[in-house]
Ligand binder design. Sequence first.
Ligand code: COA
Length: 272
Amino acid sequence: MAEASYQTILVKKENGLTTITFNRPEKRNAMSPQLHSDMYRALNELRYDKDTRVIVLTGAGESFCAGQDLKQYFMEMDSQPDSVRDEVRRMSRLWRNEIIRTLPQPVIARINGWCFGGAFTIVTACDIAIAAEDAVFGLSEVNFGNFPGGEVTRVLTEQIQPKHALFYALTGKTLTAKEAERIGLITKAVPRAELDKEVREIANNLLDKDPIALKAVKEAWYYTFYSSPEVAYEISGLVSERIKHEHGGRPGIKQFAEKQYRPGLGAYKWEK
Ligand code: COA
């Protein structure tokens, strides 16, 4: 697939790994309407890109993402017609929620710096989130007389204990990456010097895995979460049947039976 060009993000493809970089460093990568549109388009294109098996999201410069662009997303939108505002909101919500969750590829957040407000929903949407230890997080909305809007409050009530997330929503205090790890906002905080190595190692692990299986893990995970137990069980059964069909059998288990590898210690050899 030819690499498309975007105004506010960079997309780099390398041997199955596609890195998307928020590229407004002079605005600390705040999410403008254009950035929402670019992300919406880029992720929808990557969904069908067979050369993209793992996606990393990161930020240019010293910031991961400073949240919504307070000028362009709020002040300037106030004077736009409802139709324009609704469309921007729609794209803003979708790429940081359903689209990332329903992408067949795993998505890793590589949090290199500032991460505020609406950027929390990027972190919560990504399947895995790794931060440099000196990255700074904050639910700063209360500091400008507001609250964590859009889907921020909803996803945090879903993913984090209230005594943790509500504390930061009320106080607007910043938190360190280690604290973000402790409360379950991110997967892991690592020394800055090891950020790339850690992300690369996880990406390599995922690149080694059968994409059919990775897609199924995500489907089972998220559909189970959002379903009643009996619906979740049915979905699990349907996904399982589809995998068997897509594989034309059970190649991973066959290789195990033939003593070709040990699944406890690594992935089977799948056909690329
Ligand atoms: N929206 C719009 N512009 C933003 C922005 C945001 N969320 N965050 C930073 N910027 C812009 C600043 O307005 C400034 O632009 P200018 O040079 O045209 O004046 C530029 O980015 C640099 O910001 P600055 O504050 O000078 O950078 P800093 O490195 O000293 O501080 C932050 C970085 C992230 C701590 C600080 O910019 C900040 O608090 N931003 C707001 C974060 C926030 O509350 N986000 C929640 C939004 S939902």
